[in-house]
Design a protein around this ligand. Structure first.
Ligand SMILES: *[C@@H]1O[C@H](CO)[C@@H](O)[C@H](O)[C@H]1NC(C)=O
Ligand SMILES: *[C@@H]1O[C@H](CO)[C@@H](O)[C@H](O)[C@H]1NC(C)=O
Ligand SMILES: *[C@@H]1O[C@H](CO)[C@@H](O)[C@H](O)[C@H]1NC(C)=O
Ligand SMILES: *[C@@H]1O[C@H](CO)[C@@H](O)[C@H](O)[C@H]1NC(C)=O
Ligand SMILES: *[C@@H]1O[C@H](CO)[C@@H](O)[C@H](O)[C@H]1NC(C)=O
Length: 788
């Protein structure tokens, strides 16, 4: 059901604001650059350097420029701050010192500070630009506003720009925004909606500076240049797994005000790492310059991700963090922040090409080293008996190495036993001098390495792309919302989860290592530090006893489900040994959900190939519908295991294009199928739940049915919607060799008390009529239900 909603949502996003056009053609002329927040931290560290580099590259190539720093300070103070920043600009490496001094002087000459606070300030800026064009007889090409200010001011500034600084038609307006773009789907959508009142989609440039990292910006080119070699292996048959990793040694100290509201998933995974994953796995566009095609392919990829929840993720928090939060946010000593500073998430893609490939995405602060990379590890088709140092015997991988760590510089590495890749561009070079270091398990000499000729800061890489309108180097509104739509359910499900504490640095040891079981992930080692003191609960063992004179197994929910799964496995093995087959009938409803999840993890141990899955009951809705019991068995279990198609026996609730009509004879058909497949129509195992009203299967208090009615399958009426059901009868159930009744949750305590008082059968409580004639009945009751 969740899945359906998520797809609809994406569809809605894809069609939202469709008709934007790509302005890659810019006419030559004058460009006014306005950095709002132009004396702030980001501007001082990166932006002015980026625009200086842009100017140095562009001098004499057609465009002319003016640069404005806008901020709240009055002109005099702001001017002093601005020139303090500009004095420190570094020379681009390709310029001689002499030439640089000249270019820098011109750049300073073209730059000025303006107070930008009120609407009038913006109005005056507009007048100023217009006058300048007229006085100097220049043709205006465009206006670039770079908003380097807190996100909550975006809407207001965008509105001011729209109402005062919009240039005349055919002169472009581009407004650059920095993250955060919301903290979940709803807030991102709200912000996007606000902005769309003032700016058109093609005017908005949301920066993710990772897209400006040299290696990231070449992922698509690498795939395209080496398409012939990659095509045969870029799929589930050859890829073993993918890792996308950003490790930091720094902590969050000094940034807690921001960080504590976001945490590592919002700060890094939702944006940077998701972008890298998308570039690695999206369909290659036919045309690498076509922004529209690239953005659409990205959306399609995001839509194919399997939904993640907390069973697909682990979170951690470095031990000093909470103290920093108390200090920086002025909280009391008993304040506990659940914000994760570490996360590991296991992602899967739902499409034929990548189905089943585990994608690990992980990032954290206070880890043992600073490094970031994305690597594709390929399955090995070689088994080396000797000569193990032979390159053919070694790991096969492609690494997009963003920097730091052992290698220090950004590079794309391809194991020599894969292929020799083509260069991704003329500004890249092959590296043939190998330092004596290992990178991700292989000595450097085992890789073909390529790396940029000239290192460039991401902002220097991205700023020129704003000028040429290369929209696909930025985050579109659709892409942003699609990413949030993917991450928000996980964030919601983690909201109350205690992160595992880790000491930080090398002392983390194996505390943060992950272990995968099926599609779930957990920490592979026990925590040394337990946040929550284990109470007495954990000392309760599985308990055996009697309930209504049949066997009862009782335990805390998790152990109970594990125990039931183990008993079921034993029954299956016995049946397969004796009869060659195991016939299992599952009921619908909420009781078996946890069991089915657990079974889905037993991919290999359970004899699925010899197991036939039948239904105890079904709602009269199409099998593809969200209320269908068969659909939920499919979603929870069948899609994860390998079971032959002809071993599945869904109840025929839909015949002749209608649902559960008596004269279509659905029950007779199912009965016939049972007789055909199962010796004496006697299931090996029937799993039942009980409703609050004591009903079981879809047999209710009002259902007219004798215990010894000859029919095995009937249509019934439920007091709750959807009313019509198909169900096994008591006759069918009581023929089974084993019947288990699973009862969980505090809400069932009252019912259990009632049931324990009733001797024999009671029409009011249909479950009391479950009495296998020649088989065993076992009650599985969790402590919540048993003890209330
Ligand atoms: C900008 O402002 C004008 C009015 O000044 C308004 O009509 C328009 O809808 C606004 N938004 C955009 C995207 O142009
Ligand atoms: C690729 O796309 C760009 C931008 O849309 C376009 O100008 C160019 O002609 C396209 N190239 C081909 C070969 O279609
Ligand atoms: C810190 O909190 C205390 C009590 O809650 C308050 O009196 C004090 O003014 C706060 N200090 C700051 C810097 O916010
Ligand atoms: C069917 O079950 C009966 C006992 O219930 C047994 O005697 C018989 O051999 C079984 N038939 C087959 C084909 O397994
Ligand atoms: C009852 O079950 C046992 C084994 O569980 C089997 O041997 C026997 O044939 C069954 N009897 C009937 C009447 O089905």
């Amino acid at each position: 059901m969740l899945r359906m909603r998520w797809e609809l949502l994406l569809l809605a996003i894809i069609y939202w604001q469709r008709g934007h056009t790509d302005i890659s053609e810019s006419k030559q002329g004058h460009v006014s650059v306005v950095i709002v927040g132009g004396t702030g931290d980001l501007a001082r560290k990166y932006l002015w350097q980026g625009f200086f580099q842009l100017y140095a590259d562009q001098v004499g190539k057609g465009h002319t420029f003016s640069f404005y720093a806008g901020a709240l300070s009055p002109d005099e103070k702001g001017t002093a701050m601005l020139f303090g920043i500009l004095k420190e600009l570094a020379c681009p490496p390709e310029l001689s010192a002499e030439r640089c001094a000249l270019v820098k002087e011109q750049f300073l000459h073209l730059s000025q500070y303006r107070q930008l606070k009120t609407l009038e300030d913006y109005e005056k800026l507009n007048q100023h630009i217009k006058q300048q064009m007229e006085q100097e007889g220049m043709v205006e090409a465009g206006r670039l506003f770079y908003l380097s200010v807190p996100a909550f001011t975006y809407a207001d500034i965008a509105e001011k720009i729209n109402s005062t600084c919009r240039p005349v038609a055919d002169v472009w307006l581009r407004v650059v925004l920095e993250k955060p773009f919301g903290h979940d789907f709803n807030s991102a959508q709200f912000l996007a909606k606000q902005l769309s009142g003032s700016l058109k989609e093609e005017e908005m440039y949301r920066i993710d500076h990772y897209l400006g990292k040299q290696v990231v910006s070449k992922v698509l080119s690498f795939r395209k240049e080496n398409k012939k070699l990659l095509d045969p292996i870029w799929n589930k048959h050859h890829i073993e797994r993918i890792e996308i990793v950003l490790k930091e040694t720094l902590d969050a100290k000094g940034r807690i005000q921001f960080y504590d509201q976001y945490g590592v998933i919002r700060d890094v995974l939702q944006n940077h790492l998701t972008e890298i994953m998308t570039l690695m796995l999206m369909n290659l566009p036919a045309n690498l310059s076509n922004s529209e095609e690239i953005l659409q392919n990205k959306l399609r990829f995001l839509a194919s991700l399997q939904e993640v929840d907390k069973s697909n993720a682990v979170v951690g928090q470095y031990q000093g963090y909470n103290g920093e939060v108390q200090e920086e946010l002025n909280k009391t000593k008993d304040y506990v922040s659940l914000t994760p500073t570490f996360a590991g998430v296991l992602i899967h893609v739902n499409n034929a090409q990548y189905d089943g490939i585990p994608i690990f995405m992980t990032s954290g602060k206070a880890l043992d080293e600073r490094v970031s990379y994305a690597r594709v590890i390929f399955k090995s088709d070689t088994f080396c008996v000797q000569d193990l140092d032979n390159v053919q015997c070694k790991a096969k991988q492609i690494v997009f190495y963003l920097g730091h760590g052992n290698l220090q510089y950004p590079a794309i590495l391809v194991s020599k036993n894969l292929f020799k890749p083509d260069l991704v561009g003329s500004d890249w070079k092959e590296v043939t001098e190998y330092k004596d270091v290992n990178v991700l398990g292989l000595p450097l000499s085992d890789y073909y390495i390529q790396s940029p000729v000239m290192p460039r800061d991401p902002y220097c890489e991205l700023i020129p792309q704003i000028l040429i309108g290369r929209k696909h180097s930025f985050i579109s509104t659709e892409g942003l919302l699609a990413s949030w739509a993917f991450w928000t359910p996980l964030l919601d499900s983690l909201a109350r989860v205690f992160p595992r504490l880790y000491p930080g640095g090398g002392a983390n040891g194996n505390l943060l290592n992950l272990q995968v079981r099926g599609h779930q992930v957990s920490f592979s080692h026990e925590a040394v530090v337990n946040i929550i003191n284990a109470g007495d609960e954990e000392n309760f063992q599985v308990m055996q006893g009697k309930f209504r004179s049949s066997d009862m197994v009782s335990a805390w929910t998790e152990e109970l489900v594990e125990r039931l799964a183990a008993d079921l496995l034993m029954a299956a093995e016995e049946a397969v040994r004796e009869d060659g087959q195991f016939h299992l009938a599952l009921s619908g409803g909420s009781s078996p959900v946890a069991l089915l999840r657990t079974l889905a993890l037993n991919l290999y141990t359970f004899p699925w190939h010899s197991t036939h899955i039948w239904q105890v009951d079904e709602r009269c809705v199409p099998h593809t519908g969200s209320g269908s019991n068969f659909r939920s068995v499919h979603d929870l279990l069948l899609q994860h295991i390998h079971i032959p198609y002809f071993n599945l026996h869904p109840m025929p609730v839909q015949l002749n294009q209608r649902l559960c009509v008596e004269e279509d004879g659905g029950p007779k058909l199912y009965e016939h199928e049972m007789k055909q497949f199962i010796n004496a129509s006697s299931f090996h195992y029937v799993l039942l739940g009980v409703g609050h009203d004591g009903h079981t299967a879809s047999l209710f208090e009002d259902t007219k049915l004798d215990v010894d009615d000859e029919r095995l399958v009937i249509l019934t009426e439920s007091p709750v919607k959807p009313h019509q059901r198909m169900s096994l009868t008591f006759t069918a159930i009581n023929r089974a060799r084993r019947v288990s009744v699973l009862i969980m949750g505090k809400g069932k305590h009252e019912l259990l008390t009632q049931l324990s008082r009733i001797k024999g059968e009671s029409t009011k409580y249909p479950i009391t009529k479950v009495q296998p004639k020649n088989g065993t009945l076992v009650w599985y009751i969790d402590y919540d239900a048993l003890l209330g």
